[in-house]
Design a protein around this ligand. Structure first.
Ligand SMILES: NC(=O)c1ccc[n+]([C@@H]2O[C@H](COP(=O)([O-])OP(=O)(O)OC[C@H]3O[C@@H](n4cnc5c(N)ncnc54)[C@H](OP(=O)(O)O)[C@@H]3O)[C@@H](O)[C@H]2O)c1
Length: 343
């Protein structure tokens, strides 16, 4: 089997670290792994399989010479370097929102729309969706396929790790300060202190009052599910959870649905773990997720006042399912489809 030269931009971040770990335990043969970050992390060391990798500063990378380049360093870095590295022959797998709605860039969740990656995109770039979108579309896929959906309304409960390492530190330090009765550190990643709080704003708010995260959920879900007129609306909330996003999702169908059929569809969906009567007791919670590679669905119930209405509660590890694991699965799918060179 071929081996692949792989680079990770943003290797020292929350997603980058998870990606290194998942790549290490994957079956992808790696001929060389380049770890790249900002100048602040230059020289840091990280073990990968039998090798010690030394983090390089991005500004010193001229010709990338990699088969696959993962970007996890924010939209500005992806926009500046993604097309350049793609033009040098790499398949770029981008975790940021820089290219997600670009018509020349497939937006891929391998369990949902693998056919979007049947051929190598002309742009040389594949986009990884937003974390809250990935878990949502993975839970929605069998339901949207089986039934006519009138509209979907959801609220998200998003963890601090969605704001990267700074977000995690901000929650930890803010919690310690509040418990010690001290004024907390000033909010940097989030608009207000997150400890003991719930912030109904994830990203900037548009003049219409919609946040960036709420906008992304609509646009990206439509593109991935292939339903351009999908009616979906949300309120995205940052909560003081360390890791793991939760979503309360209300689906309104055109016709009444049977709960048994919904259970059956979700129970059979690969990568979805269902918590429902007779299958698995209880309900999923971000702090106690058994398998961070799966999308956990519970509280599945019909609206007693409307047989066309269904509630589900969807929880997933945003750093894995919502970012690093999806990116790795995109790489595996690209290799399986012979879209990448290798040696
Ligand atoms: N966290 C999530 O749940 C999640 C989910 C989906 C997608 N994403 C996306 O994934 C990306 C990374 O998120 P994260 O949570 O891992 O953030 P993070 O913990 O803040 O890590 C950011 C990474 O980017 C690097 N970086 C920053 N500026 C750079 C520059 N100018 N040049 C080179 N490297 C630079 C940092 O390097 P230094 O350590 O040297 O500063 C670090 O490795 C973002 O685009 C985010 O939107 C995140």
């Amino acid at each position: 089997m071929k081996a692949f030269d792989i680079s990770i931009i943003g290797a020292t971040g929350a997603v980058g670290a998870e990606l290194i770990r998942l790549l290490e335990s994957s079956r992808i043969p790696v001929s060389r792994l380049r770890l790249i970050a900002s100048g602040n992390s230059s020289g840091r060391q990280s073990n990968f399989r039998e090798e010690v990798c030394i983090v390089e500063p991005l500004r010193e990378v001229d010709d990338i010479k990699s088969d696959i380049v993962f970007f996890s360093a924010g939209g500005a870095v992806s926009a500046a370097f993604g097309p350049r590295f793609a033009a040098q022959g790499a398949l770029v797998i981008d975790n940021s929102n820089a290219f997600r709605m670009d018509p020349d860039v497939p937006l891929v969740v391998p369990q949902v729309n693998p056919s979007a990656l049947a051929v190598r995109p002309r742009s040389g770039i594949v986009a990884n969706p937003n974390c809250s979108t990935i878990q949502l579309v993975r839970a929605l896929r069998p339901l949207v396929k089986a039934f006519d959906v009138h509209q979907i309304i959801l609220a998200t409960y998003q963890a601090a790790s969605g704001g990267g390492l700074v977000g995690i530190d901000e929650l930890l330090n803010g919690t310690r300060s509040a418990l010690d009765g001290r004024a907390g550190p000033s909010a940097e990643r989030f608009p207000f202190p997150l400890a003991f709080n719930a912030i109904p704003q994830v990203g900037e708010i548009s003049p219409e009052g919609v946040t960036v995260e709420e906008h992304k959920l609509v646009q990206e879900s439509r593109k991935i599910l292939g339903v351009p007129d999908l009616r979906l609306t949300s309120t995205c909330v940052r909560v003081p959870v360390m890791n793991g996003h939760s979503e309360a999702v209300y689906l309104e169908f055109e016709e009444p649905v049977r709960l048994e059929q919904v259970h059956d569809l979700l129970a059979k969906e690969p990568g979805v773990r269902l918590y429902a009567d007779g299958i698995r007791e209880g309900y999923p919670m971000p702090r106690f997720l058994e398998d961070p590679a799966e999308v956990h669905v519970g509280r599945v119930r019909l609206n007693p006042g409307d047989p066309c209405g269904l509630w589900i509660w969807v929880v997933a590890d945003n750093l894995q399912v919502g970012a690093a694991l999806n990116a790795l699965l995109i790489a595996q799918l690209s290799i399986a489809n012979n879209l990448i060179g290798g040696t």
